[in-house]
Ligand binder design. Structure first.
Ligand code: SF4
Length: 96
């Protein structure tokens, strides 16, 4: 093969490798962001209600994080939106 043609082929090959690596990084980065973005579910999907269920409430759940300014509300690690300390959903897991 002619040396100039071999150089073009090598350059094309390296450009393709760079494109593939960049694409793989993009996919991994996007997948990571997506998994974080979909980590929380909507309240309705876990039948969230703003009152206790059989004496169990979000304030007793391991996924609840109270709001420091207003401890009657807070957030949940798995359910999206404002969560009432007195609420409940089917993903309830008692604090250890
Ligand atoms: S998992 Fe359900 S019960 Fe537990 S804090 Fe989140 S919304 Fe409340």
């Amino acid at each position: 093969m002619h040396p100039a043609r071999l150089e073009v082929t090598r350059r094309s090959f390296l450009a393709s490798v760079v494109d593939i690596v960049a694409f793989a990084v993009l996919i991994v980065t996007t997948a990571g962001a997506s998994s974080r973005a979909i980590a929380k579910v909507r309240k309705g999907e876990f039948m969230y209600q703003d009152h206790p269920h059989d004496g169990k409430s979000c304030g007793q759940c391991k996924y609840f994080a109270p709001d420091n300014a207003n401890p009657s509300t807070g957030s949940c690690e798995i359910v999206d939106g404002a969560i009432s300390r007195e609420g409940w959903c089917m993903a309830f897991v008692a604090k250890a």
